[in-house]
Ligand binder design. Structure first.
Ligand code: FO1
Length: 323
């Protein structure tokens, strides 16, 4: 069994690759919910939907979010009525948000609603929110504190970021099935997908008990760098790293994950970084353009995890040995 920690477009791409080479019951995708927000009276969970649409074969490959079979009458009418249209909601996509909002208002948990909707979309894998409690990523910028989607979509990631907070994380409970999977003896690897570490992965790690459960996990933890040759494949990762005073490099992301990593997959372009990375490094083509790329990278990640399992030194001891 494999756990994949995912957020954003990069996460969904690798989750798809993993879904193509693993039996459905052997892949658990744990998703960031820090991007979630209430908009137009709807509860919207973009990272859940990006992974769900991707695994359902419904995703808009060009945009990286929403559906490929979309029409936009709802947005056109909102425009005509003077409503908010900066966050683009396609007609079919709206149905998902309306149905999720209805069920949440009835008191169903986010994970129960997600499970039901994924079944209706024919998704065989389990997509699990990191928590059923609200966690909201907010960013302190030169335009003040901004909610995530205000920063990411409305202001197109232009504000300069100096700090992030994950409102609610300290009070949130990690989903029990996530913690149970981390402790499951059948677990073979935890894959940190090539998502933005700050906005997609750290909200998950910020939930009390998650980091400790990962450190205690018997299976290797292996991340894929979201940075190739100093640039993010998509989104504000490199810009954010620079603004936060970090080197926008594959090595710098590995350092961010610090004591969590047993393995790290970087692109051939970043070979020079190998010496600075305190984990077992695998070089690969990490840019995923085609479906074959997604599957190939997934296979490389799982093979690297298999090697790490054979050479198992518990994370803490490895660091101690290395010092
Ligand atoms: N991202 C955009 O850049 N512009 C949009 O208009 C937009 C709409 C949207 C609607 C539904 C949804 O699930 C995601 C959407 N996203 C949009 C992506 C969203 O901002 C995600 O948070 C990012 O993909 C980062 O994870």
């Amino acid at each position: 069994m494999i756990i994949a920690l995912s957020g954003g477009v990069g996460g969904a791409k690798l989750a798809l690759g993993l879904s193509r080479i693993l039996k459905p019951e052997d892949l658990l995708v744990v998703v960031n919910t820090g991007d979630d927000f209430e908009h137009l009276g709807l509860s919207i969970s973009p990272d859940i939907d990006t992974v769900a649409y991707t695994l359902a074969g419904l995703a808009n490959r060009e945009l990286g979010w929403g559906r490929h079979d979309e029409t936009w009458s709802f947005m056109e009418t909102m425009e005509a009525l003077g409503g908010e249209t900066w966050f683009r909601l396609g007609d079919r996509d709206v149905a998902l948000h309306v149905e999720r909002t209805r069920r949440l208002r009835l008191g169903e948990s986010l994970s129960a609603v997600t499970e039901a909707l994924c079944r209706k979309m024919g998704i065989a894998q389990r997509i699990l929110p990191m928590s059923d409690d609200p966690v909201r990523t907010r960013l302190l910028t030169d335009a003040g504190w901004l909610d995530f989607q205000e920063y990411f979509v409305h202001r197109r990631c232009e504000p300069v970021v100096s700090k992030l907070e994950f409102a609610g994380a300290a009070q949130a409970k990690a989903h029990p099935d996530f913690l149970a999977a981390l402790a499951d003896p059948r677990l073979e690897a935890v894959v940190i997908c090539p998502s933005n570490p700050f906005i997609s992965v750290e909200p998950i790690l910020a939930i009390p008990g998650v980091r400790d459960a990962m450190i205690a996990c018997a299976a290797p933890i292996i991340a894929v760098s979201p940075i190739i040759a100093g640039r993010a494949v998509k989104g504000p990762t490199a810009k954010m790293m620079t603004e936060l005073g970090l080197d926008a490099s594959a090595g710098s992301v590995a350092a961010r994950y610090a004591d969590l990593l047993d393995g790290y997959v970087i692109d051939h372009a970043d070979m020079s970084e190998v010496v600075s990375i305190d984990a077992r490094v695998t070089l690969a083509q990490t840019l995923m353009t085609t479906l074959e790329d997604r599957e190939a990278l997934a296979r490389i990640v799982l093979d690297a995890a298999a090697v790490l399992r054979r050479r198992r030194t518990p994370r803490g001891q490895r660091h101690a040995a290395a010092r």
